[in-house]
Design a protein around this ligand. Structure first.
Ligand code: SF4
Ligand code: FES
Length: 148
């Protein structure tokens, strides 16, 4: 996975299976590994492709993806089942010496007032050092960011 991410971090990857299409945005992935812990048979950083959509049912995969705090992983259900719904209420969770994990009905707006992202899960940089602002890119670790 990290090799794929380094290769072309801005390219959105798509993996199509029965009843689900998985989208992965490498530039947002900070390797929290929630997906791998949730469903190691599907999300395997040592395999190519690293997402094996045929290795579990669509709902299991969707549930694992909803644990991704950054929104690097998203999905579309195909064939009729409901899509992901935003958490209600929305939540903001400051991670220890790390980003703000936000979940809910999120619109990210740039300085010109334009919506640049709609999402249900985003990890916002809190340290000020990300090269991918406003999103976290793990730079907080390299700079030894202390929140307090
Ligand atoms: S849970 Fe999301 S951020 Fe973490 S490794 Fe998986 S895709 Fe990347
Ligand atoms: S909080 Fe992660 S890069 Fe700033």
């Amino acid at each position: 996975m990290e090799a794929e991410a380094r290769h072309k971090p801005d390219v959105l990857r798509q993996y199509e299976g029965a009843g689900i299409v998985v989208h992965w945005e490498p530039s947002l992935c900070i390797h929290v590994a929630n997906c791998i812990r949730a469903l190691p048979g599907v999300f395997d950083p040592n395999a190519r492709p690293w997402v094996r959509v045929d290795a579990a049912g669509a709902e299991e995969i969707a549930a694992a993806i909803r644990t991704c705090p950054t929104g690097a992983l998203r999905y579309e259900r195909t064939g009729g089942p409901p899509q992901e719904t935003p958490d209600v209420p929305s939540t903001v969770q400051p991670r220890p010496n790390g980003p703000l994990f936000v979940r809910g009905d999120i619109e990210v707006i740039n300085a010109r007032g334009e919506i640049i992202r709609r999402a249900t899960r985003v990890a916002f940089c809190r340290c000020g050092h990300s090269s991918n602002k406003p999103y976290c890119d793990l730079s907080h670790r390299a700079v030894g960011f202390q929140a307090d």
